[in-house]
Design a protein around this ligand. Structure first.
Ligand code: FE2
Length: 280
């Protein structure tokens, strides 16, 4: 698998973490059934620590931003589009997960689908996120039902975010590693986003997108389930461990780039604001 294309204008401020986390030494031998499954949780945890979203500069910069800048509906809309497109790509890609076709595994997948797309009253995580941004005043530049595949989104997204959308489908349909790392890190980035936004919009923590998810421990449960399901697969197919870990690393790199792209959006907004003060 190729690494993700760089996303955003600059990644100079990002830590250069290309985790080659840690395929345990096999001395050239293939892992046996028990070994591969047993090794997975610690390897995914190590990747998650190396790429922890909440330590990325974007969240600190968002929290520290002057309120008159972040209250710009256009800026909120820019942030919304990159974040929603990223989340959308992973939610849509879950429907293409491999190795989970037995009736028992389909039941377990369905529970995850329902948490995202089968909320009471026909609601979805996607719609909840849109409402959360609109309630902050965001001018959301793409309507909900325009979020489709990469081709349909191409005219709306910057090149880096579009590359993420394409990569998510490719990686999720190749192995279960990307799903494991995304679910493992998602609680951290949701809490970091809610905390940063709440500096400016205290009511954001009560939006169902965040509040329901945190109250019900949804993402922690998804993380445990993704790893447990993948361990079941590795019990049968220990030869899949290497590609599972490689794809998880690639997805973690791609998520780093998304936080970098969102940080670049803030940096440009700060520059515009400073120029307006000097030249306005
Ligand atoms: Fe999830």
């Amino acid at each position: 698998m190729q690494s993700a294309a760089p996303i955003g204008e600059s990644r100079d401020h990002l830590p250069t973490v290309r985790t080659t986390t840690a395929m345990p030494a096999q001395n050239g031998a293939r892992p046996d059934r028990g070994q591969a499954a047993a090794q997975l949780p610690a390897i995914i945890a190590a990747i998650a620590v190396a790429h922890r979203p909440s330590k990325m500069p974007f969240f600190q910069r968002l929290s520290a931003l002057p309120s008159q800048i972040i209250r710009d509906p256009g800026l909120l809309g820019e942030l919304y589009l990159v974040y929603q497109a990223t989340m959308h790509a992973t939610r849509a890609a879950v429907y293409f997960l491999p190795h989970l076709d037995s009736p028992a595994m389909r039941k377990r997948k369905l529970r995850i689908f329902i948490d995202d797309d089968g909320l009471p009253g026909g609601d979805t995580h996607h719609y909840q996120l849109t409402r959360a941004f609109r309630n902050m005043g965001a001018l959301c530049p793409v309507d909900d039902e325009e979020f489709g595949d990469a081709e349909e989104l191409a005219s709306h997204l910057d090149a880096g975010t579009l590359a993420f959308v394409q990569l998510a489908k490719t990686l999720y349909s190749h192995s279960l590693g990307p799903w494991c790392i995304v679910e493992t890190m998602s609680d951290d980035w949701m809490r970091a986003l809610a905390d940063s936004l709440s500096t400016h919009f205290p009511q954001i923590v009560h939006e169902p997108y965040f509040a329901d998810c945190f109250a019900q421990g949804v993402e922690e449960r998804h993380a445990e389930e993704a790893i447990a399901v993948t361990q079941c697969v590795l019990e049968r197919r220990p030869d899949l461990l290497a590609e599972t870990i490689e794809d998880a690393n690639t997805m973690a790199d791609a998520l780093d780039a998304i936080w970098g792209a969102m940080d670049d959006i803030l940096s440009r907004a700060i520059s515009r604001h400073q120029n307006a003060r000097v030249f306005g």
